[in-house]
Ligand binder design. Structure first.
Ligand code: ZN
Length: 288
């Protein structure tokens, strides 16, 4: 009998009614916590078309906000970072400083390292949880979601802790959006990694040479647009949803949105439930 921190009721119900099978279980220990993760095969009826066909949203994965989205009606959706995440980041910075002060090889250093690892794991969990909630809502509401591809240039330039952590989150968010849109009959489109979504004016298409990370407001010198930086970026990403075809930005460069639709794997031969798809989902539960 194991007491779990996260609810396993949904999984238990699926196992009972035969719509899920556990393929394997892995027990691991991370930062002094035990985790058990199950690889589960789930029969999931994926719709051929999204419930809200034609809807689209551009999603900017942020540093300040968790994400900012603009949809095809012009509505702006801002999902702030969860409050415990901010407090966690403060604790993490403190733990990192304490760790740096300790003498290498000392017992105090080892203890500080363990504390730092615990804070890292806690924050990763908080962020993943918040991202799960946000991406579930987006995938349900919009058939097409456009996000940025991994920003390699931005990642190597900025070594700040909060930024590094949110960069990890970007990859997680993209993965979640990819499979959640596929489950709903939608799709995730990734903008070309060189597409300047933050530097481009969403009104006139002029591309700024530079936009510092500290500049939270986008001001266009060409047309006078004044707009929140993340909303501007999300609007640019949304514009890529209109067609899967090639688009040209103001600089004349070609931007090819790349469809990241994850086609479900073929149904297994001899599947007694005749499920249309067999998507492997992972459920992670921390043993208390
Ligand atoms: Zn402009």
């Amino acid at each position: 009998m194991i007491r779990t921190h996260e609810p396993t009721r949904k999984l238990a119900r699926r196992l009972e009614d035969g719509t899920a099978r556990i393929l394997s279980a892995t027990v691991s220990r991370r930062a002094q916590r035990w985790f058990v993760s199950f690889t589960v095969e789930v029969d999931r009826a994926e719709p051929a078309r999204h419930a809200r066909p034609g809807t689209a949203a551009g999603v900017d994965l942020g540093v300040k906000a968790l994400l900012t989205a603009v949809d095809d009606t012009g509505a702006v959706i801002t999902i702030p970072g969860p409050r415990p995440l901010k407090a966690g980041l403060r604790r993490l910075r403190r733990a990192a400083r304490a760790h740096a002060r300790k003498k290498p090889g000392s017992a105090g250093r080892r203890k500080a390292a363990a504390r730092l690892a615990r804070q890292h794991a806690r924050i990763a969990n908080l962020r993943a949880d918040a991202l799960h909630k946000a991406t579930t809502i987006l995938a349900a509401r919009y058939e097409t979601i456009v996000a940025e591809d991994l920003n390699v240039a931005g990642m190597t330039r900025n070594r700040r802790l909060a930024r590094a952590l949110s960069d990890q989150g970007f990859g997680t968010a993209r993965r979640m959006l990819a499979y959640k849109t596929a489950w709903r009959g939608g799709r995730l489109v990734l903008a070309d990694r060189w597409y300047p979504s933050t530097k481009t004016c969403s009104a006139c298409g002029t591309v700024k040479a530079k936009l510092a990370l500290a500049e939270r407001i986008y001001r266009c010198d060409a047309c006078g647009l004044v707009l929140d930086r993340d909303v501007n970026a999300a609007r640019n990403l949304l514009s890529l949803a209109a067609s899967g075809a090639e688009r040209r930005n103001a600089g004349g460069g070609t931007v090819r949105p790349r469809a990241a639709r994850h086609d479900p794997p073929n149904p297994e031969p001899g599947n007694p439930h005749g499920g249309k798809t067999g998507t492997a989902a992972r459920q992670q539960a921390a043993a208390a």
